[in-house]
Ligand binder design. Structure first.
Ligand code: ATP
Length: 270
């Protein structure tokens, strides 16, 4: 991937199958992202204007970034990844310049997906106090709004933003032609946890005694990221026990599981 400060670009390799659960959500993203790019002629024929922006919200570690990458992979779109926090921390004017530059490069590289992590940092509600104040956040937000409005003419460019604080996003971004689609990415339920465990043990040698369904039952409130960590750690425990181990067994999963506590609490689930 080519890397310029603050932005990385390539076509991601993650596919929909690498994401456990979230079947309906994947379908919605397919329609919103993949179709307009792959079937742009059909959209033009029927006079349908594709969605410009999708906002993904939900707790950390539940695959918002991975979903955006899978969408880009499926559409074979260039993926421009920007971090709201990073833009915010740049020198005066640098963040806006990077933002404009990313949109410009995305237009040149179309089809493209511009992904904004921690979008709430850049797209935070504008303060009501002093009307003319131009804080870093406000300038970034106004640049983002200008760029998104400019997308109307551009073809094959979509903005995907992720946040775990959707209520902090400025309502101006929710107007038609901006983030038209808002999707909640929930923590995995039992079935999704089972599928996530399957994804992350796909390339592992696991013993017959490992019952992924059982583990899925025992890991309520675990995020996808934590389940991924559980699988990796179980492998490390097996190796620590015996560096010539050929299998990861149930007790290795058990050892790790008993030492983990999910970061999410029931109250945090929307
Ligand atoms: P954050 O808000 O912290 O940026 P996120 O919601 O964007 O988090 P990701 O970065 O996509 O989450 O996921 C973190 C890790 O967890 C990834 O490496 C991914 O492989 C794994 N993961 C999360 N959810 C799933 C899932 N449903 N299936 C498979 N892996 C998952």
């Amino acid at each position: 991937p080519s890397i310029t400060r603050g932005v990385t670009v390539d076509i991601p390799k993650v596919s929909w199958d690498d994401i456990g659960g979230l079947k309906d959500l994947k379908k919605k993203l397919q329609q919103a992202v993949e179709w307009p790019i792959k079937h742009s002629a059909a959209f033009a024929r029927l006079g349908i204007s594709p969605i410009r922006g999708v906002l993904l919200h939900g707790p950390p570690g539940c695959s918002k970034t991975t979903l955006a990458k899978a969408a880009a992979h499926a559409a074979q779109a260039s993926f421009f990844s920007l971090s709201g926090a990073e833009l915010y921390s740049m020198y005066v004017g640098e963040g806006e310049a990077l933002l404009r530059n990313s949109f410009r490069r995305a237009r040149l590289a179309a089809p493209s997906i511009i992904f904004f992590d921690e979008a709430d940092v850049v797209a935070a509600k504008r303060g009501g106090s002093s009307r003319n104040s131009t804080t870093v956040g406000e300038r970034l937000l106004s640049t983002l709004l200008t760029e998104m409005d400019g997308l109307e003419q551009a073809k094959g460019i979509l903005v995907l933003a992720a946040t775990n604080r959707p209520y902090a996003i400025d309502p101006a971004l929710m107007r038609p032609g901006r983030f038209d689609l808002v999707l909640y990415v929930p923590p995995p339920d039992m079935e999704a946890r089972y599928e996530i465990l399957r994804v992350h043990t796909r390339n592992m040698k696991i013993g017959d005694d490992v019952d992924l369904r059982r583990i899925a039952e025992d890991t309520e409130l675990f995020t996808g990221a934590e389940l991924e960590g559980l699988c990796r750690e179980a492998g490390i425990v097996a190796l620590r026990e015996n560096i010539s181990a050929t299998l990861v067994s149930n007790r290795h999963f058990g050892t790790v599981k008993s030492s983990l506590k999910p970061a999410l609490t029931r109250d945090e689930i929307e």
